[in-house]
Design a protein around this ligand. Structure first.
Ligand code: TPP
Ligand code: MG
Length: 691
């Protein structure tokens, strides 16, 4: 290993110099020493218990303790918010998590406040301490912290948001998106980057342009930057205080790059001797922050060797007792494994959302996009915590499809605003706003571009409630135009429900007409689960998708299908743009004596299996029609459910009409060859009825 890799040198930058210890009391300093020791001994103890087979994973913070205690002690517990990362043991201890709670988490016990044993150890979260539940991806936390900081500003509170990672994670796009958004708006976010030079085995020189996160971030105007020796408590605390002060005064955001050492392998699954030399590891041990802090305490006559020894003994004992305590506590009940995938109290499937004002009064007929627009207007007026944002949503444009038209004019740009052109930002920021009580209803401009937000949706949005055992929730309603028949080609025609149906924790609506769109969107907004609200953009202005406008409190429950026509020859299960096409196909066969139950499922998640099975039991034949591709489309799930639960009622194979397994081409003749047509449905119906 070349020497340049192993030596941690501070580049010429805003490097903090140590102030005197005059601003601290001796008791405070000894308290910080104790926290560092608790973190150190907890790591040691967990490694012992890991070898004893009492848990299965450990990731430690040894070498990062002084930096973390310095940062945490500069913040206000219970007021400020934290997005710590997995190495932040000393940070969370200093914020108020107890050694018992750490051990409960390590041993995955029911009383673990982080996740009740649902997440691996070191995935921190503590409602009372405003430590927001953390998932596993490196980088998602940054955008959520930006959302949380934005919420503080919108609420006119001088709260600060801490978000941490290692240097390697700053390669993620989410980091740069977050720094951009926070810098653009001067949000009170402190990006605390703990640079231990390695991302598992990859050295920063291989990771980061120029080998410096501090330098790399030089172009973000509005971002205050510091680089500091994170093995030195006093220097880091000096910078941390400055960062908190700036952020609180609205002069943020602030980036702190703390130069630390990683004294343990990356995790219990790693052996760092495979990629680091003995000399390098020894050099890191020389920079161990805890002996350094102890020496400073002696030098500054804060305590004697004997007094420090006493604290060490006491901390060691506290850790052993915490481990014993946690071991004596029960694991979660097996019967709770499926609890809190969704809200138990305020789900859009619940009775609260059934049957309200379904009989009118109804107004003039409106098109689907206007129904959405009106629902947004009405819910914004009803709920002052509701926010709408996304690309081009502000007036004059009012959204590329005009769904958000008039909102920013009526409710102001504090509540309705354009986001940067970044889908992960939109979802991540929404999650950060939602955990602190806002109701974000952002727009993703096209379903075809939701993919850069996939990590936020899959590993954050859909799992927040489950992974925190109901401590945290993020009921974001994500509106997404989808689908084709508009000559939109490969990247303006995609259907996405099949991908997202596979994500427990989400609700998915896919309305086929204006009234349903209004009723479902209102239920989504008033519910407490995250919702993907899919809007077939070919239906936005279609005459056949128009409905007389339902009133302000028209709520449709999720998971309740609608029977669009009744018949006996077969059941057609469908949704979105295919509802009308299915009705047309059946109508064209009327003279042949064909009648059908056409079931519009209206929501993908949950699926109204009951309505489908009931109809199949009556008609004994079933056709599933959807716009998305056939292979592994959502129709496959419906077919499987019918085969499983209604096999004895079937007089014919379950058939599907769906798009060809191909991207959607632009040329309109080619498009017709790929997207399902009425004639395809007619043929399939004939085949089924004649079987
Ligand atoms: C998106 C994502 N990719 C990969 C991983 C696996 N992983 C976990 S930690 C890590 C290295 C992170 O390094 P760094 O940010 O420097 O933090 P450190 O562990 O060094 O403190 C990797 C690759 C992950 N958790 N998430
Ligand atoms: Mg690192």
């Amino acid at each position: 290993m070349p020497a340049s890799k192993s030596t941690a040198t501070l580049r010429k930058s805003k490097v903090a110099t140590a102030p005197t210890n005059g601003t601290f009391t001796n008791a405070e300093l000894l308290g910080y020493y104790r926290t560092m020791l608790l973190a150190r001994y907890l790591d040691d103890q967990m490694l012992i218990m890991l070898r004893q087979g009492k848990s299965f994973f450990h990731i430690g913070g040894q070498g990062h303790e002084a930096a973390q205690v310095a940062m945490a002690s500069a913040m206000s517990v219970g007021k400020d918010w934290s997005y710590p990362y997995y190495r932040d043991l000393a940070f969370v201890l200093q914020t108020g998590m107890t050694p018992q709670e750490i051990m409960l988490s390590f041993l995955a016990r029911a009383e673990d406040p982080n996740s009740s044993g649902r997440q691996m150890p070191a995935h921190y979260g503590h409602k009372n301490l405003r430590i927001v539940s953390q998932s596993s991806p490196t980088g998602t936390q940054f955008l959520q912290a930006v959302g949380c900081g934005m919420g503080a500003v919108k609420s006119k509170l001088d709260e600060v948001v801490y978000v941490a990672s290692g240097e390697g994670s700053t390669s993620q796009g989410d980091f740069h998106e977050a720094v951009n958004w926070a810098s653009r708006e001067h949000l009170p976010v402190i990006f605390f980057i703990q640079d231990n030079k390695y991302a598992i085995s990859v050295h920063i020189n291989q990771q980061t342009a120029g080998g410096s996160v501090y330098e790399m971030c030089g172009g973000y105007r509005g971002l205050k930057r510091y680089q500091v020796d994170g093995t030195d408590f006093f220097q880091t605390r000096f910078v941390a205080e400055e960062a908190v002060r700036l952020a609180r005064q609205g002069k943020g955001p602030v980036l702190i790059v703390a130069d630390v050492v990683r004294l343990l392998p990356h995790s219990s699954s790693d052996d760092q001797r495979k990629y680091r030399s003995e000399e390098e590891l020894a050099a890191d041990r020389e920079r161990d922050p805890i002996p350094k802090f102890a020496a400073q305490l002696i030098e500054r006559e804060v305590a004697s060797q004997e007094e420090l020894e006493k604290i060490r003994k006491e901390a060691k004992q506290a850790v052993v007792e915490a481990a014993d305590y946690a071991e004596s506590r029960p694991p979660p009940e097996r019967s709770t494994a499926l609890h809190f995938v969704y809200s138990h109290e305020h789900s859009p499937t619940s009775e609260k959302f059934s049957g309200q004002n379904l009989d009118g009064p109804f107004g003039e007929p409106i098109v689907l996009v206007d129904a959405i627009n009106h629902a947004l207007h009405e819910e914004m007026a009803r709920n002052e915590k509701m926010l709408v944002f996304g690309q081009d949503v502000e007036d004059g444009k009012g959204g590329v499809f005009t769904a958000t038209r008039g909102l920013s004019t009526k409710f102001g740009c504090e509540r309705v605003f354009n986001s940067p052109l970044a889908e992960s930002s939109i979802v991540g920021v929404a999650i950060g706003l939602a955990v602190r009580g806002y109701k974000p209803v952002p727009e993703i401009q096209f379903g075809d571009y939701v993919w850069t937000a996939m990590m936020q949706i899959r590993n954050e949005l859909s799992t927040m409630r489950y992974r925190s055992n109901n401590s945290w929730s993020c009921p974001v309603v994500l509106r997404i135009p989808v689908g084709g028949y508009i000559h939109g080609a490969l990247c303006h025609s995609q259907n996405i429900e099949g991908f997202f149906a596979h994500l427990p924790g989400l609700r998915i609506a896919y309305p086929s007409n204006a009234a349903d769109a209004k009723g479902l969107l209102k239920s989504a907004i008033r519910g407490d689960d995250p919702v993907l609200f899919l809007e077939q953009k070919g239906l936005y202005r279609q005459g056949f998708a128009k409905s007389p406008e339902p009133g302000e409190d028209y709520l449709l429950p999720f998971g309740k299908a609608a029977l669009r026509s009744e018949g006996t020859s077969l059941t057609i299960v469908t949704w979105g743009a295919m509802v009308q096409r299915s009705l047309e196909a059946v109508k064209s066969l009327e003279t042949d004596g064909v009648t059908a139950d056409v079931i519009d499922i209206r929501t993908i998640l949950p699926l109204d299996t009951e309505a489908i099975l009931k109809s199949v039991a009556k008609t004994n034949r079933v056709l599933i029609v959807h716009e998305d591709m056939r292979f592994a489309g959502f129709g496959a799930e419906i077919a499987a459910q019918i085969a499983d639960k209604a096999f004895e009622f079937l007089d014919a194979p379950i058939k599907r009409v769906a798009a060809a397994d191909s991207p959607v081409p632009y040329n309109w003749f080619l498009e017709e060859e790929v997207l399902p047509q009425v004639s395809w449905i007619v043929e399939a119906v004939k085949e089924l009825v004649g079987f």
